[in-house]
Ligand binder design. Structure first.
Ligand SMILES: [Zn+2]
Ligand SMILES: [Zn+2]
Length: 340
């Protein structure tokens, strides 16, 4: 069987690997879809020195069918359609007990970087990480929900978005455009901001009321024009870029809410002027719990969220090099590897 490993500086290899055997408590998933997520690009771009001596199979949006179960597995059966919550922890601490194994107080493991992830024909994982999918959700949609889209759902939910809100979403990559889509599904007027035309076109397709090309126009000025000079009720940053984070904070109205989702970098704020005196509420939001994964998937199905339109490119695993080269340009929606 095949698996994709990043070898450093935007190089990758499709390697021949041995098929895994499930130990007690484990399952082997036959992969059906494996998404490409923005944080995969961070590792794809890393130098070989920073990747370290042990290279794991990439991909942390695994979705497939249970092919084999090990001893003592009764939570899933062969043939079940599942998404994988791509983390493991100690299963005993307070964070693991509420399903946030990524926040394990002892030690977490992230699949796709510290364990073999979804870009392979068969994936070995604990049965406890498998989340059954609604029948109406396709495998490629399940893969998207398994990281980027699920992350967006929970960030928008944290902001408490409703029909009275104007939500401005900064960054329209797969996570940001998913936030646009969910903001719309939760009733808000949504303003989508990016600098790449292909992304803004996808934002409109997924429900944005207004799109702003920040390479041409000042986002904060337009957001104020659209909100009687006051600013958006809620803003979300999906870029992690310091200047854009500052834009997200400054575009929020007095008493507004701001959610940071995009990772990395250091950002400096004048806390008194930009945050305290505006009475802002600032959230950080990192992915979701095990039950949160199921909740996001059910929302997509029950509210007819147009998630399938997010998936713009489909590849065989053998085309991994081309897939990552294109994703690296930022001009796609969500690319996925798919299996027949
Ligand atoms: Zn733990
Ligand atoms: Zn991700």
């Amino acid at each position: 069987m095949r698996g994709v490993v990043f070898t450093g500086d935007r190089n990758l290899e499709v390697r021949e690997l041995g098929k895994p055997e499930p130990g007690p408590g484990d399952v082997v998933l036959k992969m059906m879809a494996s998404g490409l997520c923005g944080s995969d690009l961070t590792r794809y771009r890393m130098s070989s020195d920073r990747l370290g001596p042990t290279l794991f199979v990439a991909g942390h949006e695994p979705c497939g069918v249970v092919a084999e179960v090990g001893a003592n597995v009764d939570s899933v059966r062969v043939g079940d359609r599942v998404m994988m919550h791509h983390y493991t922890g100690c299963d005993k601490c307070s964070m693991c007990r509420i399903g946030y194994t990524q926040m394990c107080l002892v030690q977490n493991t992230v699949y796709g970087s510290a364990a073999d992830g979804g870009h392979q024909d068969y994936l070995l994982c604990p049965a406890s990480t498998c989340v059954p999918m609604p029948d109406a959700l396709s495998f490629e949609e399940g893969a998207a929900v398994a990281c980027g889209t699920g992350t967006a759902f929970h960030a928008v939910k944290r902001l408490g978005i409703s029909g009275v809100d104007t939500l401005a979403v900064f960054g329209q990559g797969p996570v940001g455009v998913s936030a646009t889509m969910f903001g719309k599904a939760m009733g808000a007027r949504v303003i989508a901001v990016d600098v790449i035309p292909e992304r803004l076109a996808l934002s409109e397709d997924l429900g944005a009321d207004v799109v702003i090309d920040a390479s041409k126009d000042d986002a904060e000025t337009i957001i104020r024009e659209l909100t009687d000079g006051e600013g958006a009720d809620a803003t979300l940053d999906a870029t992690g870029i310091p200047d854009v984070r500052i834009n997200a904070v400054d575009s929020a109205r007095y008493w507004g809410r701001v959610c940071f989702v995009g990772e990395g970098n250091t950002t400096t704020f004048d806390v008194s002027a930009q945050i305290i005196h505006k009475q802002l509420t600032i959230y950080g939001s990192w992915t979701f719990s095990l039950s949160g994964l199921a909740e996001a998937a059910n929302f997509v199905v029950n509210r007819n969220v147009p998630l399938k339109n997010l998936i713009t490119h489909r590849y065989d695993l053998d085309q991994a090099d081309a897939a990552y080269k294109l994703f690296d340009t930022g001009r796609t929606g969500k690319p996925v590897f798919i299996w027949e």
